[in-house]
Design a protein around this ligand. Structure first.
Ligand code: GLU
Length: 504
């Protein structure tokens, strides 16, 4: 059933590279929005100035654009609910924090960070919550005139939510069903910080309300924050307009033990970020799927299957098909194990499925980067078509095709020498004389000449194919050998045979 007025948001904090879990959240938001003819919104949640990283916002937008998940509303694209960057909305939030104070659901807290640090040291498991709040320096414990005085004297304070005692806070998650929290387990989160900036908790609720967000997909790591958000929706009087929540299953380490982290990628040698991310502080470069040679179609397809399937054996989906087939019912509650081999499988499949014309610019760039000059624009597409079934990552195009453009840098003589004999030399010398006079360069024609001659000379063609391949390619790889010879052309084929015969 198509829902009306669907508005969803991807709300990353620009604190560094975009983890593939983040891209999956963006993807599921996008799929849901498009399926229901709704809007996909990018909102930048940058209220935590301590964690803010310059360049991360641009990077996130570039990642989305590489993946083809372009927001309908965003800091770049604008929209009816602009601005879409929370730091640009700073002035909006105080009013709501004050409203919560007025209704008795929030309070001023004047404790200094030193006070709190000391408390954390002295009191194991200290939380600012209903157990401790009455012994602390806040507007629940201080007389009203003292509170007014402190505020007038510009004493720094934060505003905290007052979580009620002994209540059950519940909601219906689209993936998990009914989820219930005990209010006694929830601490009095800060809503407005001393510098006037809202925290994530206040900002996310106010903005989801003001931006008329209908459904909120986010990672399971946000589930513990949900009770605070639910209370805020209720206290601000907006409960009926609260979005429907969907907390997406975690993406787990390959062995299933815990959440996949950036460190795992570095430790186990696979990418965790969508695109390369250079940490300016540490100088550490985290490799991205894009730069490692993944096609965005493959990356997206792979991510869609981390925690979702369509109920059939189908694994390969275009973005358009995903929009049609996506359904929340088929998102699993359990975490999804990350499997890099599977990611590569998707990429190989997508390289096969992608039209040569669409692979061309990237392959050309890869070859040029490796010093290959492409001057025949017709030749490269034919080469791509011939070898694309053998490439797993885009970079493989170099290794798999370099010999079409230049003599192999090395010939694996050792692969043929032990079984070499004078008959074979005679075969190849005769073969050269036969193909020299031919005009037909089709693979079939070369194959016929090759096999007929082998038969005439009483040598098994099978024993000659490997040497022929090594002569042309340099090693034991590549497509059908007669396809290679045909593509190289008679002149280059002859030159390479002669070159190798000299070595034998
Ligand atoms: N700003 C949060 C993040 O960094 C968003 C959580 C949410 O979607 O509510 O992921």
């Amino acid at each position: 059933m198509v829902e009306k007025n669907v508005r969803v948001r991807f709300a990353p904090s620009p604190t560094g590279g975009l983890h593939l879990g983040g891209v999956r959240t963006a993807l599921f938001n996008y799929l849901f929005a498009k399926q229901h003819g709704g809007k996909f919104i990018l909102r930048v949640e940058d209220t935590d100035q301590n964690r803010y990283v310059a360049g991360a916002e641009r990077y996130i937008m570039d990642c989305l654009s590489w993946c083809g998940l372009n927001p309908d509303e965003s800091p770049d694209a604008g929209g009816a609910y602009a601005p879409y960057r929370q730091s640009d909305r700073k002035e909006i939030y105080r009013e709501y924090a004050e409203k919560l104070i007025a209704s008795g659901n929030a309070y001023y807290a004047f404790d200094t960070s030193e006070d709190l640090e000391q408390l954390r040291k002295d009191t194991p498991n200290f939380q600012y919550n209903l157990l401790y709040r009455n012994g602390l320096k806040n507007s629940l414990t201080l007389p009203p005139d003292e509170v007014a005085q402190l505020i007038a004297a510009k004493m720094p304070y934060v505003i905290r939510i007052k979580v009620p005692a002994d209540e059950k806070i519940g909601f219906n998650d689209m993936i998990r069903g009914q989820v219930t929290f005990e209010s006694n387990q929830v601490d009095d989160k800060v809503l407005l910080k001393a510098d006037g900036m809202p925290t994530y908790h206040l900002a996310v609720v106010v903005d989801d309300y003001l931006m008329k967000i209908s459904h909120a997909f986010r990672g399971e790591e946000w589930l513990p924050s949900a009770p605070v958000h639910i209370l805020l929706w209720e206290y601000l009087g907006w409960k009926n307009e609260m979005p429907q929540w969907a907390h997406l299953p975690l993406i787990l380490k390959p062995d299933g033990n815990g959440k996949l982290s950036k460190r795992d990628g570095i430790r186990l040698g696979f990418p965790v970020y969508a695109m390369n991310w250079l940490d300016a502080k540490t100088g550490e470069l985290a490799l991205g799927f894009k730069e490692l040679g993944f096609l965005p179609e493959a990356f997206i397809n792979f991510l869609a299957t981390l925690g979702w399937n369509d109920g059939t054996d189908q694994e390969l989906f275009t973005l358009k098909e995903l929009v049609e087939k996506f359904s929340i019912d088929r998102i699993s509650k359990a975490g999804a194990k990350f499997d890099y081999e599977k990611a590569k499988w998707f990429n190989a499949e997508w390289i096969k499925r992608t039209d040569t014309i669409n692979l061309l610019p990237q392959v050309k760039a890869i070859l040029e980067k490796n010093g290959i000059v492409i001057n025949n624009t017709e030749y490269l597409p034919s080469v791509i078509t011939l070898i694309k079934d053998r490439c797993i990552l885009m970079e493989d195009f170099y290794q798999q095709s370099a010999y079409f453009f230049q003599n192999p840098t090395q010939i694996d003589i050792a692969a043929i020498k032990p079984k070499w004999n004078a008959e074979k030399t005679h075969f190849f010398e005769t073969f050269i004389t036969k193909i020299k006079v031919e005009n037909d360069l089709a693979p079939q024609a070369i194959e016929t000449i090759f096999k007929t001659l082998a038969e005439e000379l009483g040598i098994k063609a099978g024993d000659l194919m490997l040497p022929f391949r090594v002569m042309l390619v340099g090693g034991k790889f590549g497509p059908h050998v007669f396809d290679i010879a045909s593509m190289l052309g008679i002149e280059a084929t002859i030159a390479r045979i002669k070159g190798t015969l000299k070595e034998l």
